[in-house]
Design a protein around this ligand. Structure first.
Ligand SMILES: *Cc1c(COP(=O)(O)O)cnc(C)c1O
Length: 392
């Protein structure tokens, strides 16, 4: 075809040879604890919809009503004429929920990171980052000319050492995931904040997996550690536990005003459709009205993790509804996932480069929507396949 894109075909072939070419599974049902994946009804252990709000009746109703009132789109970026009263109201409501002065919405969590990080640091500054931070943090950091220092996962001695060594920098920014997405462990925010205060560094937490999961009514990691007012930048997303779409940054009024002037992913991107705004707003009501959702989420989490451990699986240092079953070898993770799927359990394999070469795993995500009998069915399948693959 005379295409200059021949290199793409070559690269695709290479990926396929290495087993790195992935085809997304197709969901033909709502995102729920039970779902239809690639045409098969399964118990779904791979969704980030921790509270099952993706299908919440009240939220669906609010979204439909808002479409009737405000239409399906906003037709402009926020700074032109895309800011509706409902956007501003939502930001105030989220700030209130978070116990922060102000909140600014971004089209996604990825956009929140790529927009915010480069406004905080530049040449002459140092970004200090946990080695297992999310790809969107890494990309946000790549957009700055700041120097990068990576510390070993959760290692506070190493973090302190970097802080001591970088005292000549104009500004230091410590950035971390709140809940780590592949391991389900929690950053020691209390200790990070102590160090930041001692060494005068800015703190930034990406709490994508902690929002709607940790803290009172799902207020997130800052609330979990009772650090209100002591973490400079709290980034989150409505795409996971809140079941909708959209990132945000919570902090001071000045931070919000500054991001409105400077954050490029905010400035150049159209605002959220009214339906999404209504759904998010109603999600906040739902988590405040239904604390039982959290009892269910955490009850399921503890139950499933304990049972997996009892069977003899290695669940690493999971402390949250993200529960990996670490197999080590990539091919074992693939096989485990495939065989579980054959038994009606959908769980994602996570292999290099998502995790280290020898730390392949399948990643279970437990939600408030799972019934005990779903979890028991999954555990029975795990026991059978685990024996077959000699994992237990
Ligand atoms: C999912 C995720 C994001 C991105 O959020 P989206 O709203 O899906 O763009 C950012 N950071 C972390 C740690 C995540 O897990």
């Amino acid at each position: 075809m005379g295409s200059r894109l021949g290199f793409i075909s070559t690269e695709i072939e290479e990926m396929k040879k290495k087993g790195l070419f992935k085809v997304p599974p197709i969901l033909s049902s709502p995102q729920g604890a039970r779902a239809v994946v690639n045409g098969r009804e399964v118990i779904n252990l791979s969704s980030n919809s921790y509270l099952q709000l993706t299908t919440n009746k009240k939220m669906k109703k609010a979204a439909i009503e808002m479409i009737r009132k405000y239409g399906v789109g906003t037709g402009a970026v926020r700074q032109i004429i895309g800011t509706m009263d409902i956007h501003e109201e939502l930001e105030k409501k989220v700030a209130n929920f978070k116990g922060a002065e102000a909140v600014l919405m971004f089209s996604s969590g990825v956009a929140a990171n790529s927009g915010t990080i480069p406004t905080l640091v530049a040449e002459g500054d140092v970004v200090i980052s946990d080695e297992l931070n999310h790809g969107s943090i890494i990309d946000g950091v790549r957009l700055t000319k700041a120097e990068r220092k990576i510390y070993p996962h959760l290692n506070m001695e190493a973090l302190e050492k970097v802080l001591k060594e970088s005292s000549a920098a104009r500004r230091r920014l410590i950035i971390t995931d709140g809940v780590f997405s592949m391991d389900g462990d929690i950053a020691p925010m209390d200790r990070i904040v102590e160090l930041a205060e001692r060494y005068d560094a800015i703190t930034y937490v990406d709490d994508a997996h902690g929002e709607g999961v940790l803290g009172k009514n799902g207020r997130g990691i800052v609330d979990h550690f009772n650090l209100h007012g002591r973490v400079d930048v709290e980034m989150g997303t409505f795409s996971k536990a809140f079941g909708c779409m959209g990132g945000y940054v919570a902090g001071t009024n000045d931070l919000r005003s500054y991001l409105i002037q400077r954050a490029r992913s905010f400035l150049f991107s159209t605002s959220h459709p009214p339906a999404t705004v209504a759904a998010i707003s109603t999600a906040i009501d739902v988590v405040l009205e239904q604390p039982k959702l959290f009892d269910k989420l955490w009850g399921n989490t503890k139950y499933f993790r304990k049972k997996l451990q009892k069977l003899g699986f290695n669940t690493g240092n999971s402390q949250t509804p993200i529960i990996p079953v670490i197999t080590g070898e990539s091919s074992l993770a693939q096989q485990l996932s495939t065989k579980l799927f054959e038994k009606g359990i959908y769980v994602n394999p996570i292999v290099y480069p998502m995790v280290a070469m020898d730390k392949a795993r399948v990643r279970n995500i437990v939600t408030a929507g799972h019934k005990r009998k779903d979890l028991d069915a999954a555990l029975a399948a795990y026991e059978e396949v685990g024996r077959e693959l000699k994992l237990i």
